[in-house]
Design a binder for this molecule. Structure first.
Ligand code: AHR
Length: 490
């Protein structure tokens, strides 16, 4: 029996709901087909946005959406995507498959999408191939309400009032696809570009996000914090889960048990990496003013056979649901520093929450975990710990990974992931100074290889969970293998 302690007297950081965000890039079928089908499409849509996908994202409680990239961001010229659609420039998306990008989804369409979903906007600017003026004017176009050339242009294009831009990214992966820069060089450029990301309205002041490291690039974090830490609101961080590494990604569906555990171990590594990058940030920012923005994370496997490999389409199994569950628990635990994150990506690309095929849509196991974790949004993280064993010989993978938070009304939300493929976990939860009146629970589980597809949409979904007993100060429960379980405790 594992011992699980939750301490409601230990109120830690606020879990910013923006930790539960997604990322959508002009890549493969994420935007075109996946989200935007155009006003004239036979697929049900409102102003070109697919109704099924928008409804699903709304129900999931998507708080923030990042756009337009990714690598595409440092290649995107925003003026190509405004004005009459028939006059918009067509270009080749050289980074993702050499397909024609007709720019029919641009700034106005992105904000229309955010409005329909009811989420905040995170816009990623072009530092790699764009000018300081171009970036500056984009921010002016989006946020200026006064008399200004860009505000006039926006009005001519049909948008009278500025939009709210909560986050603005100053480049993306500038150590890689965004220009292969040295940290020192990027830090200087960041300062230059960010200077001209102006504020036109103190109530609509985009938080400036500098391009941060990925994986073990500690030097990048150190340099950026040292050279530009005081001039940024957030520093991004990217972490993808591969079987081994970028060159050995593994497969999405037909993985062996060994591959399952190796992948899960790599997913859990994000905990150690966030810890280490945070320690570096602490050296320069002990008050934690600068947020860590994990604006790309998720599983990345070899693209599904028979699809365009540059489109990064992959299926999504119960293993991915567990990766989502454990990663979101890790983010909750680090919510003093991690204050926004974006799953890569939203639809049809990498670890998506939805897949589409023509007018059909399938929700993935990952979707159900995000929806289930909605109960953590904006809660207070509580002190909690669980006894558990390491189940991977060649590294660190605890069987149980949990987090607990408290809602404003005093309800405790606990989410636990059982990463074992074969073993139940017996858990005894005790809550300090708390008298339990009522508990309800939900679960996402199945065989690790289970997934939803267009001909079997409901193989994996959220179900009620009853295999627990309420006690005076907590509960005892038997969590099945490969499960993500949520308890709501009143
Ligand atoms: O999400 C796919 C790509 O991964 C993004 O474009 C890039 O930022 C990262 O390398």
């Amino acid at each position: 029996m594992e011992k699980y302690l939750i301490n409601p007297n230990q109120k830690l950081s606020k879990i910013n709901r923006d930790i539960y965000g997604c990322f959508s890039e002009h890549l493969g079928r994420c935007i075109y087909e996946g989200t935007y089908v155009g006003e004239d499409s036979p697929i049900p849509n409102v102003n070109g946005m697919r109704t099924d996908v928008v409804t699903a994202l709304k129900d999931m409680g998507l708080p923030v959406l990042r756009w337009p990239g990714g690598c595409f961001a440092d290649y995107y010229h925003w003026k190509d995507g405004i004005g009459k659609k028939e006059n918009r420039k067509k270009m080749i998306n050289t980074y993702w498959g050499g397909v024609v990008e007709d720019n029919s989804f641009g700034t106005h369409e992105f904000f229309e999408l955010c409005k329909q979903i009811g989420c905040e906007a995170y816009v990623a600017g072009n530092l790699g191939s764009g000018t300081v003026q171009e970036m500056s004017e984009w921010v002016e176009y989006m946020t200026c309400d006064g008399l200004s050339p860009m505000a006039e242009l926006r009005k001519e294009n049909g948008q009278e009032k500025p939009w709210k831009v909560k986050y603005f990214g100053v480049g993306n992966e500038n150590w890689g696809c965004g220009g292969f820069m040295r940290a020192e060089y990027y830090a200087d450029l960041y300062k230059r570009y960010a200077t001209y990301v102006r504020t036109y309205d103190p109530n609509n002041k985009p938080l400036k996000i500098a391009c941060g490291a990925s994986h073990e690039k500690y030097y990048w974090t150190e340099e950026l914090m040292k050279e530009a830490g005081t001039l940024m609101d957030g520093l991004s961080y990217h972490y993808y889960t591969y079987l081994v590494d970028y060159d050995h990604k593994g497969v999405a569906k037909d993985f062996s048990d060994e591959e399952y555990y190796a992948t899960m171990k790599n997913a859990y590594k994000i905990d150690e990496l966030i810890q280490k990058h945070s320690e570096i940030m602490d050296k320069y920012d002990s008050q934690k003013r600068v947020a860590m923005i994990v604006d790309e994370w998720g599983s990345w496997y070899t693209a599904e056979e028979g699809t365009n490999s540059a489109f990064l389409y992959q299926q999504n199994t119960v293993r991915d649901a567990l990766i989502a569950g454990l990663t979101l628990n890790v983010f909750n635990k680090h919510s003093d520093r991690v204050r926004m994150a974006n799953l890569a990506q939203t639809v049809n690309v990498l670890q998506s929450v939805a897949l589409t095929d023509g007018e059909e849509m399938v929700l993935t196991p990952t979707y159900y975990v995000f929806k289930m974790y909605k109960d953590h949004h904006d809660n207070t993280l509580l002190g909690s710990c669980i006894t558990t064993k390491n189940i991977y010989e060649d590294g660190n993978l605890p069987q149980l990974i949990e987090s607990a938070s408290m809602k404003e009304d005093g309800t405790i939300v606990s989410t636990i992931v059982n990463t074992s493929m074969s073993e139940n976990a017996e858990v005894h939860c005790q809550i300090e100074d708390f008298k339990v009146k009522e508990i309800t629970a939900e679960i996402v589980t199945g065989d690790a290889h289970d997934y939803n597809d267009f001909d079997k949409k409901d193989v994996v979904k959220t179900c009620g969970f009853e295999n627990f007993k309420k006690t005076e100060d907590g509960f005892t429960a038997t969590l099945p293998p490969c499960s993500v379980v949520k308890f709501l405790i009143k």
